[in-house]
Each structure stands twice: as C-alpha cells, then as structure tokens.
Design a binder for this molecule. Structure first.
Ligand code: PMP
Length: 465
C-alpha cells in the first residue's frame, strides 16, 4: 500500500482484499488454527464484551509504526494504537534500542533496591510534570496506577468516599478500578467496592439533565454533588476524572467545568485525581490533558504509551499529598514495578515525546481529521458530532441529527468495512451504545497515512447511509 497508488485505488484494492476469515494461517513455517486453539486452550470472553469476537479478527504477526500485519500478509493502519500503548508508533526504534540495551544489562531487579533506570525515570518524569505535581512511583498497568492513586488520596485526606463519572472507565483488573468504571455494565463484576459512587458526566451533546451549555450553569454537577453529599457515609477522599472520557465516547467537559469540580473537591477536603491514561504524554496536543482546562490535579495516573508499548504506569502527586499519604502508611508496588527494562523504556518514551515534539504532531493530526469530517458532515446526516483533541477523537454517528438516535448498526458497518479495507479502529459510546468511531492514530502517523485512513473512513460512512 506504500507504492504510490492513488488513495482511491488503494481503498478499493484494500476493500477487495481482506474478506477472508483467518482460518488456518501460516506464520513463517508454523501453521496456526486460531479457532481450535481458542476453543481448547483459551478462557473465553462473554458475548458483547469489547474483547469478544476475537475469532473474526485478524491474527497479528508483526507491528511497525502505524501498521499491523496479520498472518495472511495483510497490512492494516492501526487507528487504535493497539490498546493505546502504541501511540508513539509501534516498535519505535528508540524503544527497541532501549529494550535491547536493557536485555544486555539488566531486565529485572528487586523493587526493594534502587536501580539506575528507576532513578533516571523519576527525575525525567518529575521535570515534565505540571507543578505542583512533582513526585512519582511506578507500577505496571493503568488499573494499578488508578487504584494506587485512590489509595494515596485516601491516605492523604483520611477519607474514603470516592466519586467518578458515570461514563468514565478506570480499569478492569482490580476491585477498586472496575468499581470506578461506570462506562461498562457493572453487573459483569461479581462484587463492587464500597465507598464509590458515580457523578453525572458533563456530556453536553447528550446532556444527562437535558440542559444546554452555558445556560445550564453546570446543573449536572450541582445535582450530582447534592446526591453525593446525601449519600456519603464517611469522610470523602477523592474525585476521579479523565480530562477526556475516552471509553464513554470521547467526552470532554465544557469550559469552566473542571474549575467548578476543583472548587467542589476543595470545599469537601477531597483531592482531584486525574486518570491521564488516555490523555497524557502528548495525546491531546499538549503534554497533559489537564493543560487544556488549566486545572492541575493533586494526583495523576499515567499509563498506556508510557513505555512505548511495554507496560509501565506511574502515580504522580504533589509533594504535599504524597508526603502526607506516606506519613499515614501509604505504599504501592508490584514485583515488576521498577524493573530496569520498564523504567528505561519509560525514559525512552519521554525522550521521544520531547525530542520529536509529539504533542505538536498530535495537534496537526487533529486539525487534519477534524477538517475532513467537518466537510464530510455537510452532506452526511449520519455524522452527528465531531469531538476530542489531538489523537483522541470521536465521530458520533446518529440516525438523524435532530433526535440524535445512536446509529449503532451503521457504526458497526463502518468498523467492519474499515477492517476489510485495512483500517483498524474501535467503537465506543455511552451506556451500552457503540455509535462513536474512536480514532486514535499513533502520533507519528504521516499525513499521507492519515489521508489514506480518511479515504477508507469516508467510503465506509457513505456506504452506511
Ligand atoms: N484508565 C483508563 C482511562 C483506561 O482507558 C484504561 C484502559 N482502557 C485503564 C485506566 C486501565 O488500564 P490497564 O488496562 O492498563 O489496566
């Protein structure tokens, strides 16, 4: 596909190309039968879960830059950045070099010792944080970092009650973070953690209290706080937010909202915790998502492409919050949390972000994609809303604009068409709907590749009308 054919040729070539189901597929000299292996050896996923339906998807053999390659030799532009961990481009040469170096020097080390890479990473990350954020500790996954952020807030305030948005998602692997996640069905979890309650997300396109901004005067927040105050059984500790709620359908609070939330937190002695798994490290066109509102959190969780594809996460906090929490017994770690390999990859990812001015690249891609969809929307009623920032963008499809009926079937058509044509993306939405095309291209994607993806998307959307 990088051979100079016109975009339109490329689109139709790709559209014809990848109809085959994976079946028995050669991988080098090895033959794989995905269905047989899954049936016999893998724990399945329940239907409807976002990781379900694996059998129908390509089997990935190799990744590079903005592309995935499957076992049948097909190439796909990856507008999901993997599961967001590939947002610096898959197998970035500096990450590969860092992993090679660690493999020769030190892969694993006890978290009860300091190591050189861990120290470098604390300093490098600390210098990139928005003051008064200053101190960090390292963990492995996004869920780890959110759970440990909540624990820090509880130890720093002496409180327990935590609030998070009803369209937010903060993790799946642990008791606390899955309980903070209201963007998927909570009945999937056998048990949820106590002292956690939702507040209404400020989703202006689908206002939960049927108001219009700014005349609403943040009614959704006022109502939520009144309910929360009535519901608290103990001292409150934290409000957990994402600067842009990604899984809930790429929802950004309106101007001024975060300031009001900050005031609400301060008035109740609660800390503001930002989960910047999806918005941090350049993704929104600035280094941190909170820089758009100017409201700096007390605690911030960082993960996803921190590490350039290897799993490392961080809890970052103001010195005041961190020191008080530690005085009250706070600690958080994992056996692999401070491994030299992970910390070196973390440092390499920060170097890439700074040296390649990754936030600026994300801003250019945002501008390009938004212009394209704004034009397309003029003739296409299906496009209800275009939102998000940087390379965290959402295109909401609706059956007709006035009523905003979620166009779930059309969105699924677009997803399937794109996959057949060589473009991977994901569907998101609010409370069970899957009508938002979520576009997360790696920030290193070339303009030519963005155009290629936009051509496929246009054809897919126009064919869904
Ligand atoms: N926070 C946010 C905002 C996320 O989107 C996710 C995962 N999609 C997580 C936390 C959890 O991260 P992980 O899967 O690495 O535990």
């Amino acid at each position: 596909m990088n051979d100079g054919t016109s975009d339109r040729d490329a689109v139709s070539m790709m559209a014809q190309r990848t109809d085959a189901s994976p079946g028995a597929a050669p991988v080098g000299s090895v033959s794989l039968d995905p269905s047989a292996i899954l049936d016999q050896w893998a724990i399945g996923t329940s239907g409807g879960a976002y990781m379900a339906g694996l059998e129908g998807r390509p089997v990935i053999e190799r990744t590079e830059g903005s592309y995935l390659y499957d076992t049948q030799g097909n190439a796909y532009l990856d507008f999901g950045s993997g599961q967001m961990g590939g947002a610096l481009g898959h197998n970035h040469p500096s990450i590969v070099a860092s992993i090679r170096k660690s493999a020769e020097r030190a892969i694993h080390s006890s978290n009860t010792f300091l190591n050189v890479d861990r120290l470098h990473l604390h300093e490098k990350l600390g210098k990139l944080l928005t003051p008064p954020l200053q101190k960090s500790l390292f963990l492995v996954t996004g869920s780890d970092s959110v759970e440990a952020s909540v624990d820090l807030a509880r130890k720093a305030t002496g409180g327990t009650e935590v609030l998070s948005f009803h369209t937010g998602l903060h993790g799946s692997t642990s008791f606390v973070t899955r309980s903070l996640s209201f963007a998927w069905e909570r009945k999937r979890h056998a048990l949820n953690a106590p002292s956690i309650a939702p507040i209404l997300a400020p989703h202006c396109y689908r206002c939960p209290v049927k108001q219009t901004f700014p005349a609403c005067d943040y009614l959704c927040l006022q109502v939520s706080l009144e309910l929360a105050d009535a519901h608290f059984q103990a001292k409150p500790a934290a409000i957990v937010t994402e600067p842009i709620m990604s899984a809930g359908g790429v929802i950004e609070p309106p101007p001024g909202y975060m300031q009001r939330l900050r005031e609400a937190a301060d008035a109740r002695g609660m800390l503001l915790v930002n989960d910047e798994a999806q918005t941090g490290l350049g993704k929104t066109g600035k280094m941190w998502g909170h820089q758009h509102s100017g409201v700096v959190p007390d605690v911030m969780a960082v993960s996803k492409h921190f590490g350039g594809g290897v799993p490392i996460s961080a809890v970052c906090a103001t010195a005041a919050a961190a020191d008080t929490a530690v005085e009250n017994g706070y600690f958080a770690t994992r056996s692999h949390a401070t491994d030299p390999l992970l910390c070196a990859a973390g440092s390499a990812s920060l170097d890439i972000i700074v040296n390649e001015d990754i936030p600026a690249k994300a801003a250019v891609i945002e501008d390009h994609i938004k212009r394209h969809f704004t034009l397309l929307a003029k003739d296409c009623e299906l496009i209800g809303d275009i939102r998000g920032r940087g390379v965290l963008l959402g295109i909401e499809l609706v059956e007709e604009r006035e009523r905003k009926t979620p166009a779930n079937t059309a969105a699924q058509h677009v997803l399937d068409y794109c996959q057949r044509a060589g473009l991977i993306l994901q569907l998101r939405g609010t409370q069970g709907d899957r009508n938002v095309l979520r576009l997360v291209p790696p920030m290193t994607t070339s303009v030519a590749d963005v155009d290629k993806a936009l051509n496929i998307l246009s054809e897919a959307i126009l064919s869904a009308r």
